[in-house]
Design a protein around this ligand. Structure first.
Ligand SMILES: [Fe+2]
Length: 288
């Protein structure tokens, strides 16, 4: 991880002793020197954090910033909690506002495929917070990509063409429902609960005005009105760009660290390279 301090607009809003550094050029900042004591955040600091998240996409807070019990109170500066927990993501024992992403409890967890959290619904959360509760001896990193950065590096003519396209998103685009709901009746109910929907392929961030590429490998089924071969190839180009080293930042977790990202523009995947080790992350998701 780079620790080069970079000048950011929001640095001026940081309290004394709080340091901001860059994780990677395309996205990500790290914050150190802050300890959350449960009291409401100073308004300037709160605005600065929101600004940082909107502009850098991902913010990592060093271990010690928050606890398993209070990280949701801290993340609450971003918006209202948005729970879409199901039987596969139980509530965290210490914290009713968080759900558990436990590598041992959910064998069907597909978080190792690029996705946006809740990307199977039109009102997916705006922000996700993950707290590292338990980690395998090695591995289990999370990799993030900034799809606004991807959009900004497209050929302008190709970008203009993409802006004319609509995608169909579906919870079952790559078999998410089929794999999880083995009982056919339950699967049918899940499909009724989470029907496919249309979205523009290029969207505009409401705070920054930056355009971003709204496709991910888990929940985008196809490009509306395009042939299968055109749809697959265009999506393939975009998926490759989203996964490119230049557009991404890989974070190696430390126990007690907290990551918060803008779940609209930034997509992610957990790296499943830790065999039988156990990895437990606590998650909270929020609306804007
Ligand atoms: Fe996720």
């Amino acid at each position: 991880m780079s620790t080069t301090a970079v000048r950011l607009v929001s640095e001026s809003a940081m309290p004394a002793g709080v340091r901001v550094s860059q994780l990677q050029p395309a996205l990500g900042s790290t914050i150190s020197g802050f300890r959350f004591d449960g009291r409401p955040l100073d308004e300037a600091f709160r605005a600065g954090l929101r600004d940082l998240l909107h502009n850098r996409g991902l913010v990592i807070f060093e271990p010690g910033t928050v606890t398993a019990e209070n990280f949701t109170a801290f993340a609450g500066f971003l918006g209202e909690f948005f729970h879409y927990a199901g039987p596969h993501t139980p509530r965290a024992p210490e914290n009713p506002d968080a759900t558990m992403i436990d590598s041992l409890k959910d064998k069907n967890l597909r978080n190792h495929i690029w996705h946006a959290d809740g990307g199977f619904r039109p009102d997916a959360p705006a922000f996700t917070a993950l707290f590292a509760q338990q980690l395998p001896e090695s591995g289990g990193d999370t990799i993030f990509s900034n799809t606004a950065w991807v959009y900004e590096h497209l050929d302008p003519l190709f970008a203009a063409y993409l802006e004319s396209l609509t995608v169909i998103q579906s919870a079952d685009a790559t078999g998410h429902i089929t794999d999880r709901y083995l009982d056919p009746e339950e699967a049918t109910k899940a499909r009724v609960r989470m029907p496919p929907f249309e979205m523009p392929l290029v969207r505009v961030h409401p705070e920054t005005g930056r355009k971003w590429i709204a496709v991910n490998e888990s929940y985008v089924a196809y490009i509306k009105g395009a042939s299968r071969i055109v749809s697959q190839n265009i999506l393939g180009i975009l998926f490759d760009m989203i996964k490119s080293p230049e557009a991404t930042a890989r974070y190696s977790w430390t126990r007690g660290a907290l990551a918060i990202w803008d779940n609209r523009v930034v997509q992610h995947k957990g790296i499943k390279d830790y065999g039988g080790g156990r990895r437990i992350l606590y998650r909270a998701t929020m609306t804007a």
